[in-house]
Write a protein that binds this ligand. Structure first.
Ligand code: AMP
Length: 461
């Protein structure tokens, strides 16, 4: 079905075709005609299904109709609320892209940046605002934004707004918007709280559900690799280097972890950036832009920062930590396999994360096969190697490719873990020719010795 037959205006159809879309996605073909009738909608769609265009296009169609009829009055006509700054930026970009042949003034409002440019834009006049709740409330409280002309309100990723505690703010914002409006709400999952919210702010919404709510998109292949916690970094490097991956999104449970992973990749010669809420807005933007432009091969993000990220061509999503919340698993892996492209989602599971994996399986209603990575050879614990002895070619550490040198941080501490043996069964064919020791293609971090190693070198016990 072509876009034209959905009832969109010519200028908009031109804009969509110029964007490169030829046919609407499932959510678009269902939501656009309903939204064009002015009805409220609850859209339950997974990430990557094209839901942004599903709500942006009908709004732009309404604005185009005002323009054509010559009664385009001043004031903000459309307001989209998103949980994160990145998503706000992306949705505003989408609005500009689809509406490129219209006369349109758009503005993204979010915190972490100066007020100046946002206030100046508001003074000049804006038709379409995409905002995160916090900064919008600031502007409302200081009476620097007028929402009394809003005709369409969209809550994007409402479930995440709820998780992030934004619902009281959302209610305050809704109270400032005329009751005579159209309200569109999109959420990947529909909890009881979300239903309660919609019941209080929508009127007889049409529910549009695309796909099985709990299933990851079919274009994503899921892999579960069991690995010891202290070998995750080596496995990550192995996977990136083995396949020479250059557009990888890695998820870390913590901000600190994201920084650490990114720094270790950089030290390994793999360009990477971290994206999390402790970074300034300009650092976050730089990281995201650099990743989009291909300057960084890897973006290491936390869940909240990565929510809604839409980067074309992410081939691999790697869960360095198994997500604690099953819903995050769906969102994380939905960053790849977008718009019908294929993608791989890899999850590292250490023994202490088994429970999380089980709850993910329960959530998606499917068992995920656990495997060892076929070509990854876990590094032999260094603290117990005897450097004086020449390595026998059959010994595991002699066969170990140079890029499997363990990072200093992973030197096992003396203890029961250090006595673990490398499993020979797990070793698959080597992904690249064996490098003689000391000829790693990547700069190796200067080995920093552990307390026990220094003590042993000094001849202590
Ligand atoms: P979304 O779910 O809105 O984040 O969209 C996911 C991706 O699908 C984005 O990269 C969009 O540019 C892309 N997309 C949206 N609609 C279409 C379409 N009709 N045809 C092709 N790609 C699309």
């Amino acid at each position: 079905m072509p876009f034209k037959s959905l009832g969109l205006s010519d200028k908009l159809v031109q804009g969509i075709l110029a964007t490169g879309y030829t046919a609407p996605t499932a959510i678009q073909s269902q939501a656009i005609p309903t939204a064009l009738q002015g009805r409220d909608i609850i859209g339950c769609a997974q990430t990557g299904t094209g839901k942004t265009a599903a709500f942006v296009l009908p709004i732009l169609n309404r604005l185009a109709a005002h323009e054509a009829a010559g009664h385009a009055s001043a004031g903000i006509k459309a307001l989209v609320l998103t949980p994160t700054r990145e998503l706000a930026g992306q949705v505003e970009e989408a609005v500009k892209t689809y509406g490129r042949f219209m006369r349109l003034r758009t503005l993204a409002i979010y915190g972490g940046v100066g007020y100046g440019p946002q206030l100046q834009a508001l003074q000049r006049g804006v038709d379409f605002v995409v905002a995160t709740p916090g900064r919008l409330i600031d502007l409302m409280n200081s009476r620097r934004i007028d929402l009394s002309k809003v005709e369409v309100l969209v809550l994007d990723e409402a479930d995440r707004m709820m998780d992030m505690g934004f619902i009281p703010d959302v209610r305050k914002i809704v109270a400032q918007i005329p009751k005579e409006r159209q309200t569109l709400m999109f959420s990947a999952t529909m909890s009881r709280e979300i239903r309660e919210l919609t019941a209080s702010i929508q009127r007889q919404p049409q529910i549009i559900q695309i796909g099985e709510q709990r299933n990851p998109v079919a274009t994503v292949t899921q892999h579960i690799f069991t690995v010891q916690r202290d070998q995750k970094m080596d496995l990550l490097i192995h996977i990136i280097e083995e396949q020479n991956l250059d557009c990888v999104l890695v998820f870390s449970r913590t901000k600190h972890g994201a920084d650490r992973i990114s720094q270790k990749l950089e030290r390994r010669g793999i360009r990477s950036a971290a994206l999390h809420s402790n970074r300034t807005q300009s650092q976050r933007q730089k990281a995201l832009d650099g990743f989009k432009r291909g300057h960084y091969r890897v973006l290491v993000a936390t869940d909240i920062a990565a929510r809604g990220i839409d980067v074309e061509g992410i081939s691999h999503v790697i869960n360095f930590d198994t997500p604690v919340y099953a819903e995050d698993y769906i969102h994380r892996i939905g960053r790849t396999g977008r718009a019908m492209a294929t993608g791989d989602a890899i999850t590292f599971v250490s023994r202490d994360e088994e429970d999380y994996l089980r709850s993910i399986e329960k959530f998606i209603g499917k068992r995920l096969e656990r495997k060892r990575h076929p070509t990854f050879v876990a590094a032999a614990p260094q603290a117990f190697q005897k450097p004086q002895q020449p390595a026998h070619p059959q010994q595991p550490h002699a066969l170990k490719p140079a890029y499997h040198q363990p990072h200093q941080q992973h030197l096992p501490k003396p203890g029961p873990q250090a006595t673990q043996q490398v499993s020979h069964e797990t070793r698959g064919p080597s992904p690249r020719p064996q490098q003689p020791a000391g000829h790693s293609p990547h700069p190796k971090p200067r080995p920093k010795l552990s307390f026990w190693q220094r003590r042993r070198q000094r001849g202590g016990n």
